[in-house]
Every structure is written in structure tokens, then in C-alpha cells.
Design a binder for this molecule. Sequence first.
Ligand SMILES: [Cu+2]
Length: 139
Amino acid sequence: MTHTPAITVLACLLASCSASHAPLVASDVLVSRPVPGTQISAAYLSLTNTSRQKITITKITSPNFESAELHESVLDDGIARMVALGELTIMPQQTVLLEPGGLHLMLMRPVGAIETVTLNFYAGEALLLSVDTVVKGLR
Ligand SMILES: [Cu+2]
């Protein structure tokens, strides 16, 4: 059995936890300020599935942005572009990195002043994880 109380407690400190045994844990969360002249921010983080079942994230929302999409940067005939992913499956005990040049969250059209951002990860209608983080400049 791989249940680790310390990780669960940490997840609940970082997130406003609705479940006492969060199977999905976020770390190294970074949300950038909008690129100057745009209404687009990116979020990078690590997502770890601490459970023994696969987890499929089907929806990501933020009260601080009108839209949040899961994107993957790909090279298409040598041209970098982004593809929107409908869902993300994380296998048991696997960590998925969302990082520059790979998977990332694209946050569009901020609502009000963006200082602290909340990210909510859902499987269907079930809230898997809620993460609060302070926005950082990339410069
Ligand atoms: Cu993107």
C-alpha cells in the first residue's frame, strides 16, 4: 500500500482540499504573468497520481481566467505549434510534467487583477485537485 499521509497533508495545505485523500498531487506550480500585449498566461506544474488507478483529467478551470486549455507543443514539419488536448490520463504512480516546450496549461482572458491563481482539475464533474499559486513574471 502506497498511501502516504505526508503527501496527502501537503496536498491539502497547497490546495483547498475537498477530498481527504487526494489521489492527484501537484508540485512546482508556476503560473506566468500574461505575455505583454496579450491576454494569455501559461501554467507549468508536475502532476503525480498517488493512487493505484489511472486518473483522467477531463476538464481544467480557473476562476481567474475565462478559459483554461491543456496544450501540447509539437513540431510539425519543423514548425512549432500547439495542439489542444481534450484530456490527460496519468497512470498509477506516474508523474506528468507540464513544462515549457511540452505539455502546458494555456490560460486565456484574465478576470480582474491576476495575483493569485486557482487551478481546478476535474474528472467529469468530480473535482480532483484545486491548486492556489502566486503569479510570477517570466522576466
Ligand atoms: Cu498553449
